[in-house]
Design a protein around this ligand. Structure first.
Ligand code: CP3
Length: 362
């Protein structure tokens, strides 16, 4: 059981690493708690509707289909790197892409999110959810290969949804505020819950591994909605499954980032699930997150994406505060506390990137 303490050491460079990992990049170095030439910066949802060039190339192409076209995936992934000069690219895909790949009938509805045609609520439903292999997602391997070539010295971050967040979409049938069907299943049929999450951990883990083996330098596990659970439920129902997903990249030397929203109370447990970097959302000060984490992990975060709409002076003061607090961390990757909002002025993101680089150059 992964209750407390680490499952594996975080900071040293492993003896064997994937040949693709950009060991000298600031992103990988910060994740490994090594000195950096400036604090690395990237933004969750940096690729997407805030960019006019994204809206142009996506015109008339449904979201899921966009994720299955390697050349388009590579172009969209590169756009924010070219524009903002960020220190990492995040692979353009979606957390439900691996579910669609194994045959789940779902769509990503604009303005809504993933919608599942037939929710999973019974043993028979689970029996129809197969394991994922690399053969299910050839377009991912192909896109990552193109990207590692095109990105040069900039690392690519692969990602997957964590078992709880994927289970929520599958059990509810779509986005949910209260996760009532998910919690009803968790408490009403713990055995089915654990079997579902074990299957999702396999799918998530295999999806991370495909990206890492094809050339990603780091991976992030998104447990976006797990902040809906108290600590005891996280330990009982979730932690070991997220640990299994993260462990799928063990041995490749690819640093892991573990992020969720509203997870102030869960941060040490999310670290203990086996992450090198704990992602921090904007509902807690980075300094408070650091004391909760006890200095064991690098951290990522945590500018409130809504503050990108504030006057520059106020925003600059907030960025400076986060950078200062980040100096106390064993490693800091500057990011937002959640994704870029679609109406964000992209020039502000460029300016924030430049400011963090200036403030932290050494
Ligand atoms: O730049 C990046 O961060 C990479 C791309 C990325 C997308 N989805 C593209 C996307 C990533 C990392 C995700 C992960 C994802 N998808 C999460 C975890 C991150 C988080 O936000 O907490 C979640 C919960 C999803 C599920 C999902 N997919 C939602 C809630 C939505 C938004 C619905 C909407 O239209 O507002 C999507 C669709 C989606 N995924 C879009 C993008 C760019 C918008 C689709 C479009 O542009 O038409």
């Amino acid at each position: 059981m992964v209750g407390s303490g680490r499952t594996r050491p975080a900071c040293e460079t492993p003896a064997v690493t994937s040949p693709h990992v950009l060991d000298d990049s600031n992103l990988v170095r910060a994740a490994r708690q090594q000195p950096v030439s400036h604090t690395p910066v990237w933004f969750m949802r940096q690729a997407g509707r805030s960019l006019p060039e994204y809206r142009r190339v996506r015109e008339g192409i449904p979201m899921l289909e966009s994720c299955q076209r390697p050349e388009l995936v590579a172009e969209i992934t590169l756009q924010p790197v070219r524009r903002h000069g960020v220190d990492a690219a995040i692979f353009f895909s979606d957390i439900v892409v691996p579910l669609a790949a194994v045959g789940v009938d779902l769509d990503i509805v604009p303005g809504v999110g993933p919608v599942v045609a037939k929710p999973i609520r019974s043993r028979a439903d689970l029996d129809r959810l197969p394991e994922l292999t690399a053969e299910h997602v050839p377009y991912v391997t192909e896109a990552v290969r193109i990207l590692t070539r095109e990105l040069g010295p900039t690392p690519l971050i692969g990602f997957a949804g964590a078992p709880f967040t994927l289970a929520s979409y599958l059990v509810e049938g779509g986005p949910s505020k209260n996760h009532e069907h998910t919690k009803a299943l968790m408490y009403g049929d713990p055995e089915l819950w654990h079997d579902l999450c074990a299957r999702l951990a396999q799918i998530s883990g295999a999806f991370l591994r495909v990206q890492a083996e094809a050339g990603a330098s780091a991976v992030q596990l998104f447990d976006s909605w797990v902040g809906a659970l108290p600590r005891a439920d996280y330990q009982r129902f979730v932690q070991k499954h997220s640990a299994k997903a993260l462990a799928a990249v063990d041995g490749l030397g690819v640093p892991t980032i573990h992020f969720g929203v509203g997870t102030s109370e869960l941060l040490p447990l999310m670290g203990a699930a086996g992450a090198d970097v704990v992602g921090v959302d904007f509902r807690i000060a980075l300094s408070d997150a650091l004391s909760r984490l006890g200095g064991h992990y690098a951290v990522q975060g945590n500018l409130d994406p809504a503050l990108l709409f504030a006057p520059w002076d106020a925003l600059e003061a907030k960025v400076r505060e986060i950078v200062e607090q980040g100096r106390q961390a064993p490693g800091h990757i500057f990011n937002l506390g959640h994704g870029v909002l679609p109406e964000t002025d992209p020039d502000v993101l460029t300016r924030v990137t430049e400011l963090v680089h200036e403030l932290t150059a050494r």
